[in-house]
Design a protein around this ligand. Sequence first.
Ligand SMILES: Cc1cc2nc3c(=O)[nH]c(=O)nc-3n(C[C@H](O)[C@H](O)[C@H](O)COP(=O)(O)OP(=O)(O)OC[C@H]3O[C@@H](n4cnc5c(N)ncnc54)[C@H](O)[C@@H]3O)c2cc1C
Length: 390
Amino acid sequence: MDLDASDADAAFRAEARAWLAAHVPATPLPSLETREGFAAHRAWEAQLAADRWSVVSWPARYGGRDATLFQWLAFEEEYYAAGAPGRVSQNGINLLAPTLFEHGTPDQRARVLGPMATGEAIWAQAWSEPEAGSDLAALRSTAVRTDGGWLLRGQKTWSSRAAFADRAFGLFRSEPGAPRPHQGLTYLMFPLDAPEATVRPIGRLDGKPAFAELFLDDVFVPDEDVIGEPGQGWRVAMSTAGNERGLTLRSPGRFTAAADRLTALWRESADPTDTALRDRVADAVIGARAYQLFTYVNASRIAAGGTLGAESSLNKVFWSELDLALHETALDLLGPYGALADDADDAPAHGSWAEGYTFSLAGPLYAGTNEIQRNIIAERLLGLPKEARA
Ligand SMILES: Cc1cc2nc3c(=O)[nH]c(=O)nc-3n(C[C@H](O)[C@H](O)[C@H](O)COP(=O)(O)OP(=O)(O)OC[C@H]3O[C@@H](n4cnc5c(N)ncnc54)[C@H](O)[C@@H]3O)c2cc1C
């Protein structure tokens, strides 16, 4: 693997850096988990899209720049180093879009990707159900055949930002009598503003209202909004899950930038005799750098025609634990002030360490819990015996 950037890659990085320096808001936007912040982040998506920075790795005809995986990684490094806003469109861009590129029809790509790239349509992921999280195949929500489409009925839960999103994508049971739970599922896109859909916020630790559960009472979905073949939803969903845990959800730029901010915090505010805390800062920096290099190895493998497969579970466990360690160390450095929320006037770094910390607590859970990822690593990567299943 050659870590020296080509001239084209260096030029791409320089262009991204210059654009970000000119456009990143001087004051952080309000949290995207609030109504006001959601609107502000949607406007930021439009600003990114206007200069084709919202989806750099997509083909130019859908608003992208045909960037390579390495250019995308460079963009992400620059993005986070510039302190640019969190991406309110990430469920659509990182999860639904790769699924449509792989399994969607040309008509779906033409209809869905443009408004996704500009933030005009923001998507929520509607997979989990009250009895179907780790065991996703236990889901019970149904899609029932009707004239020209399907009627969705059931309850979805833990849907990030669904309280303010426009549309959602999820899995539904379309053949109740199928012999196995993974069979007879259909992957559909549906509106969240339909009168038959009730979106109810779920309280979060930090009180922000965007997280939600969905109650669907015969929401109509036309045939053209089925992704892949009816009944083949599991296969389609598994390609989405690989993207979520693997490269795209948490690019290393997020952690290298946070590690740099942590080092600066140490220099500004630490007691230099506290070597235990100093070692934790060093560990976080090493972890971020190791993750960055591991990602470059994975990107090289993909560029050479390989795939990620079960290795994406290694990524998921690593970035979620790294995120926790980074934020816990920052809060220990900041002392009591570190706990102030983003709306408190004297919150350090506009409350971003505190908000980042509460979010990092969820990292070992969302995108598939770390216990489940460890099962996958044990069984599929290490070849250890399978766990006993009921
Ligand atoms: C912040 C956040 C955002 C989320 N966003 C979304 C979203 O946008 N869309 C969406 O669809 N879902 C979302 N989720 C849901 C998430 O995917 C689920 O919480 C997760 O898959 C776990 O499912 P569960 O909560 O039902 O827990 P359960 O599956 O009930 O698990 C409970 C505990 O048991 C453990 N466990 C279960 N089975 C095993 C096993 N076989 N071996 C060892 N341990 C096991 C789990 O690891 C966990 O610790 C989100 C969750 C969080 C916390």
